[in-house]
Unconditional design. Structure first.
Ligand SMILES: NC(=O)c1ccc[n+]([C@@H]2O[C@H](COP(=O)([O-])OP(=O)(O)OC[C@H]3O[C@@H](n4cnc5c(N)ncnc54)[C@H](O)[C@@H]3O)[C@@H](O)[C@H]2O)c1
Length: 351
């Protein structure tokens, strides 16, 4: 299949691209690298079935695809705090553009939304039928409401224009290629432990989270994306195993250095107290369930974090990498379409 992965240069997107290439599909990754890194794609750049389109998703060229995954959005609090308008644009204008591409080429679209659409939930755990408790003008609203708009847009495109589309609400995901400085709790704690610093928790650390290893998310996304019967459906994908942030810090300390202390710092405004997915629907539809236990996922993440970070590597290799990519990518010009991905011209009826 020909599969567009918007945001394929990011943490989750790069794992999706790799998996799809490994499964024999052709992948066109659309990314402007506003929060991602070309180094996330080091393993597949140059592969004959992989095409990189370095472009804003809102200006993505016409691509003739079978499936379109939309993951392009700043995703961590640090990023969307710094990039609020870019976040809203990626989820509104970007979603609109990808929905048009999907509709015109008859592709099935998967809009990658977030558990943040549930806000600070009053229902626990959160099923897909829960409408959420979101502050539309709060510190996270560019992301939460951006994603809610994206969901409404996909829904409206289905109703008004016949788009085939599904929505996935992703819960906290972690694993190799998370940026150390992205402000999310997992890289923050693992990074601190590896640098021998105290592990900080917001408030008393009793807020709970449930952490899903990235491979489990990728498996779930592929189930939804490659099955057109998911048209019109919404799926939570996450790991329902709930732990407190303090307990997470303790697990990391046990794996890295038992002498490290935990330090409490002030709570962040708008930080949800509890978050746990109800994954009944994914289980019933696909038999999907998380496979990677927290300690195993932590071990793999800690190992990956001990390699040079993509940012550091990027600084060392920037010049060479840029030349390398330009020479490999057939898509360097704005709006250029990779070979084999053009939508066939509509035949004019003979007069
Ligand atoms: N990681 C998680 O825990 C998590 C949880 C919930 C939802 N999600 C969703 O999954 C998706 C991927 O998240 P991630 O953690 O991999 O984040 P990420 O920042 O690592 O990846 C996002 C990618 O999208 C690209 N991008 C952003 N705006 C773009 C634009 N306008 N045009 C083209 N490319 C653009 C970035 O450069 C980056 O490569 C996001 O949509 C996010 O909302 C992630």
């Amino acid at each position: 299949m020909r599969i567009v992965v918007a945001g394929g240069g990011g943490f989750v997107g790069s794992h999706v691209c790799e998996r799809l290439i490994g499964d024999g599909h052709a992948v066109a990754c659309v990314d402007n690298f506003i929060t991602g890194s070309r180094h996330n794609l080091d393993g597949i750049i140059g592969h004959p079935r992989f095409h990189l389109v370095t472009e804003d998703v809102a200006k993505a060229p016409d691509l003739n695809a079978d499936v379109v995954f939309h993951l392009a959005s700043p995703a961590s609090p640090v990023d969307y705090d710094r990039l609020p308008l870019e976040t809203m644009a990626a989820n509104s204008l970007g979603t609109w553009r990808l929905a048009e591409i999907a509709r015109r080429s008859g592709a099935h679209m998967v809009y990658v939304s977030t558990s943040e659409v549930y806000g600070d939930p009053l229902v626990h755990p959160q099923p897909e039928t829960y409408w959420g408790n979101v502050d539309p003008i709060g510190p996270r609203s560019c992301y939460d409401e951006g994603k809610r708009f994206g969901e409404a847009l996909v829904t409206s495109m289905r109703r008004a224009k016949g788009l085939s589309g599904a929505i996935v609400r992703v819960f906290n995901t972690y694993g190799p290629r998370m940026r150390r400085d992205d402000g999310r709790v997992m890289p923050e704690l693992v990074g601190a432990a590896l640098e021998g610093r105290p592990l900080t928790v917001h408030g008393d650390g009793s807020q709970t989270r449930s952490f899903q290893y990235v491979d489990d998310l990728v498996e779930g996304l592929i189930h939804v994306g490659l099955d057109r019967r998911t048209d019109g459906e919404v799926f939570n994908i996450g790991n329902p195993h709930e732990i407190t942030v303090r307990e997470l810090a303790q697990r990391i300390i046990a794996l890295v250095d038992p002498r490290l202390p935990i330090v409490e710092i002030p709570s962040r405004p708008g930080d949800p107290q509890r978050r746990k997915p109800d994954i009944t629907r994914m289980k019933a539809t696909f038999g999907w369930r998380p496979q990677v236990a927290l300690d195993e996922g932590l071990r793999r993440t800690i190992d990956a974090f001990q390699m040079p970070s993509p940012r550091v590597a990027a600084e060392h290799a920037l010049e060479h990498a840029a030349e390398h990519i330009e020479s490999l990518s057939p898509t360097t010009g704005a709006h250029a379409v990779p070979v084999g991905w053009a939508i066939p011209a509509v035949q004019e009826p003979a007069s």
